[in-house]
Design a protein around this ligand. Sequence first.
Ligand SMILES: [Zn+2]
Length: 313
Amino acid sequence: MQPVYSRIPVSDAGGMAVHLPVVDIGPQPRKLAVIAGIHGDEPSPLLLVDRLVVALQDRDLKAGIRIVAAANPPALMQRARWSSWDDEDMNRIGDGAGGPSLTRRLAAALCEVVDGCELVLNLHNFVMRTPLLAIQPPAQSPERLARHKRYIEALDPHVVWVFGQGPDDVAIFQSSIDAAMERRGSDVMAIEMADLPEFDEPLMRRAVAGLLRLAALTGCIDDPAIPLKRNAVFVQRRLMRAPGAGIFEPIAPLGGPIREGDVVGNLIPLERPGERVAVRAPAEGWLIQRLGQRFVRPGDMIATVGLNTPAGA
Ligand SMILES: [Zn+2]
């Protein structure tokens, strides 16, 4: 089915009109929404929704899918996580709470355009190399958790990042646009992937297959009958940060098991070429994210160890 492109006017920003671009495929009612580009420096989700639209053009749709490929145009134009016009993180201001800033108006418009969808997919990428990763948010009711398990089974990711249940974890989630959309009646799943150019074809194919299965689960298309891998690990994240400035050189393979003290990679210090600072895993688990060879500043994210946790814990 062919996509229909439209633009929702959001604001007149000092003489420049700002719109939310929307792509609709399939008949009413709309059941699934897919959002990319809430953060303006994350291009992989834009590529993924392009491949999704192409894949849907060959299929009959029984219900509508709404795609917002560029949810935060000012941030995307600046290629920055958020726009310097107001320095607000669109992923962390709920539904904008009626605020006047452009980012808050965009958040409000985004919530409105996906209202009524059963499921909303919020796509992001990390700078670190990241396999297909679904987030399991905290403080879900047993019914909502059961639905989330079905979404995860359909997506078939490599990793499920299970949020902690502590008060800080719950508070962080409650401020998110995902939580705002949940309060408005949609289920939301946040999905992460690798940045360009490390978002490679096998990862792309797995992600497209997952989105098509989720489209089938929500009744938008027939079951695409793509085999499942079912090798997801359920983990909590332990983040590792760069101990100084320099070039990070990875050593440990991404995705494998890792023990406490294993060398994840070396930092070549900016001011002391010839030396190596070993960056070691802080705990036993799975190396679920890791930078490729990159320039890092002190405190930059270098890797994440996934600590085993039971599903739904
Ligand atoms: Zn993001």
